[in-house]
Design a protein around this ligand. Structure first.
Ligand code: UDP
Ligand code: MG
Length: 318
C-alpha cells in the first residue's frame, strides 16, 4: 500500500502452466507480447512452473527480469495441469484473464479477439479447436467419446475440442475459485457456472518445443476424475443393476415355487452357485463405487489446497 496504488492494475492477465517447457518459455513470452501489446491495455503474463525438473524455472525467472509484465510462480511439486492453471488464475490480478497452454499450441493471435468479445460484455469467451492435422486419431477419437459420455452423464454441456484456452472475466474466476471440487476439471466447472459466454474457433498449432506432458495414464485419471467429481451416475448405475437383479431373483423364486408345486425336486447346485456369484459380483462393484465416493468425501474433509506455491519471481506488487 503506497506507490503501488498509483500503478495501473493490469486489465488483462495471460496465464500459462509450464511443465518441463524450458524451450518454450522465451518464445511464449515473445509471441504473447507481440499480439497483446498492440491492444494498448496494461497486461501481465503469469507463468506457473508446475514442478519442472528441467530449466523451466530459471527461464521464467530470466523472463521476469527482462520484462516487468512477466510474473512467475513455482509450485512446490508437480500438481498437474489443472492445479497449475488454478494457481495461475489465483495469482492473476487482471479484470480479464486468458488461460492457455505454454507450448504455443494455443495461438496468441487469438487473444485480441478474445479480449474484444470480453469488452462486448461476455463473461466467458471459450475457444473451440478445429482438429489440427498432427492431432493423432487416437486423441481425437477418445476426446469425442469422452465429451459425449461426460455430457450425457452430467447434464453439463460440453463440445469436443473444448480446451483450457479461454478468457474469463474476474467474476468468473472468483466463482471458479470458490468451487470446492476435489478433482479439478476447470472446463467442466466453467460450463457449470453458466455465465454469458461466446465461443471462437481456432486451429491448434504444433507444439513449439518438447513433447506432450499428457501421458495415457494422466489422461485416464483426468477423465475419470472429471466424471466422478461432476456426476453421481456411477452410483445410480449400481442401484439400477441392484434393482434388476432383485427382480430377477423374484422371478427365479416364483419359478422354484412352481417346480416345487409340481412335486419336482429342484435340480442344480450350479445355478445357485452362479446366482450367488452374480450377486457377489454386483455387491463388489457397488462396494467399489461407494468406496470411491467415500474417498472423495475423505479428501474433501481434509480440505487440502489444490496447489502450493514455493516461490515467486517478478515485480512484487501487493
Ligand atoms: N502441464 C502442466 N503440468 C502437467 C502437464 C502439463 O503444467 O503435469 C502443462 C504443459 O506444460 C502445457 C499444458 O499443460 O503448457 C498442456 O500440456 P501438453 O501440451 O503436454 O498437453 P497436450 O497439448 O499434448 O494435450
Ligand atoms: Mg500441448
Amino acid at each position: 500500500m503506497s506507490e503501488i496504488d498509483h500503478k495501473p492494475r493490469p486489465s488483462l492477465s495471460i496465464v500459462a502452466p509450464m511443465y518441463n517447457e524450458e524451450g518454450n518459455v522465451a518464445a511464449f513470452v515473445a509471441a504473447v507480447e507481440t499480439y497483446v501489446s498492440p491492444i494498448g491495455t496494461p497486461f501481465e503474463i503469469i507463468l506457473v512452473d508446475d514442478g519442472s525438473s528441467d530449466g523451466t524455472w530459471s527461464q521464467i525467472s530470466e523472463q521476469s527480469r527482462l520484462h516487468p509484465f512477466v510474473r512467475g510462480a513455482r509450485l512446490a511439486r508437480n500438481f498437474g495441469h489443472q492445479g497449475a492453471l488454478m494457481a495461475g488464475l489465483t495469482e492473476a490480478r487482471g479484470q480479464a484473464i486468458v488461460s492457455m497452454d505454454g507450448d504455443l499450441q494455443h495461438p496468441p493471435e487469438l487473444i485480441p479477439e478474445l479480449f474484444a468479445r470480453w469488452r462486448e460484455g461476455y463473461k466467458v469467451v471459450n475457444t473451440q479447436r478445429a482438429d489440427a492435422e498432427d492431432t493423432t486419431f487416437f486423441k481425437r477419437a477418445t476426446s469425442r467419446w469422452f465429451y459425449g459420455l461426460f455430457s450425457r452423464l452430467t447434464g453439463v454441456a460440453m463440445a469436443p475440442g473444448n480446451s483450457d484456452f479461454r478468457l474469463l472475466d474476474r467474476s468468473a474466476v472468483d466463482a471458479l475459485r470458490s468451487m470446492n471440487d476435489v478433482d479439478l476439471f476447470i472446463r467442466g466447472s466453467v460450463s457449470w457456472l453458466g455465465f454469458r459466454s461466446a465461443t471462437l474457433p481456432y486451429r491448434a498449432a504444433k507444439r513449439f518445443s518438447g513433447r506432450t506432458k499428457y501421458s495415457l495414464p494422466k489422461m485416464l485419471r483426468f477423465a475419470s476424475g472429471a466424471i466422478l467429481s461432476f456426476s453421481l451416475a456411477p452410483l445410480r448405475l449400481g442401484i439400477w443393476i441392484g434393482f434388476m437383479t432383485s427382480g430377477l431373483a423374484v422371478l427365479e423364486f416364483v419359478y422354484i415355487l412352481y417346480r416345487y408345486e409340481q412335486g419336482r425336486t429342484i435340480a442344480g447346485w450350479p445355478s445357485v452357485m452362479a446366482f450367488l456369484s452374480l450377486m457377489f459380483g454386483i455387491l463388489f462393484v457397488l462396494l467399489g463405487v461407494i468406496g470411491t465416493y467415500l474417498g472423495k468425501i475423505f479428501e474433501l474433509l481434509k480440505n487440502r489446497p489444490r496447489f502450493l506455491i514455493g516461490e515467486r519471481a517478478g515485480v512484487s506488487q501487493d
